[in-house]
Design a protein around this ligand. Structure first.
Ligand code: DX5
Ligand code: ZN
Length: 221
């Protein structure tokens, strides 16, 4: 399993996103948190910012849409240059149609689950997806405490992915740090968002590699 570190820029300097991206040159993707103040109680950025950053940064963009009606808005994020677009299944009206549309536009299609949303009802959708995001905090804010109660779901999602036989990435997001990343990797995650752990570190680039090393070692157990 190839480990990928996808730092969230939510707690980075929004006045200097390109400069912040340059501080994490080995990050596999830049995780950009899009919030609309409806699906979550916070408002961040939209497609124009993704477009500007996709031109200014070397890493590809992983857009995490925490918005109502992703069926309507997700295509704009692919057009803006996001290489991966994640919608929340709780907000999507027609997740299969939406995933197919994102793929048809040429991006990776990904589906996110809030902590209380089970994976089992969506098992049959897995072949339509390139990634599943299991949230390990309630979405909306950076810097929250990791929810251990999500670990069994990470395990069950990994089992379903193995049964599907596809190359589907399993991403975790929320409270991922040097304290929690090994638990996530042992449970079967391979793609790790970390916001405050990376941008709160003195050397964000070094922290990306520290997290990668811990996840890598934990999966080899
Ligand atoms: C939370 C966002 C996360 C968040 C991660 O709703 O989806 O991407 O920024 O930040 P940390 O790592 O600080 O929990
Ligand atoms: Zn996120």
């Amino acid at each position: 399993m190839a480990i990928q570190i996808t730092p969230s820029l939510l707690n980075a300097d929004f006045a200097n996103l390109a400069g912040e991206a340059a501080r994490i040159p080995t990050a596999d993707w830049l995780h950009m948190d899009v919030m609309d103040n409806h699906f979550v109680p916070n408002l961040t950025l939209g497609a124009p910012v993704i477009e500007a950053l996709s031109k200014a940064a070397d890493q590809p963009i992983d857009a995490h849409l925490m918005i109502a009606d992703p069926d309507r808005w997700a295509p704009q994020f692919v057009e803006a240059g996001a290489g991966s677009v994640t919608f929340h299944v709780e907000a999507a009206h027609a997740p299969v149609r939406l995933a197919r549309e994102i793929r048809a536009q040429g991006a990776r299609a990904s589906m996110a689950l809030k902590p209380a949303t089970p994976i089992e009802p969506y098992a049959d959708l897995l072949p339509e997806l390139d990634m599943v995001l299991v949230m390990t905090v309630e979405p909306g804010f950076g810097g929250q405490k990791f929810l251990d109660l999500c670990l069994p779901k990470i395990r069950r999602t990994r089992e379903l992915i193995e049964r599907t036989g596809g190359e589907i990435w399993l991403q975790v997001d929320g409270g991922v740090s040097v304290e929690t990343i090994e638990r996530c990797a042992e449970a079967g995650a391979d793609t790790f968002v970390a916001g405050s752990a990376v941008f709160g570190a003195d050397d964000p680039g070094a922290m990306v590699e520290t997290l990668r090393g811990l996840a890598d070692a934990a999966c080899r157990h």
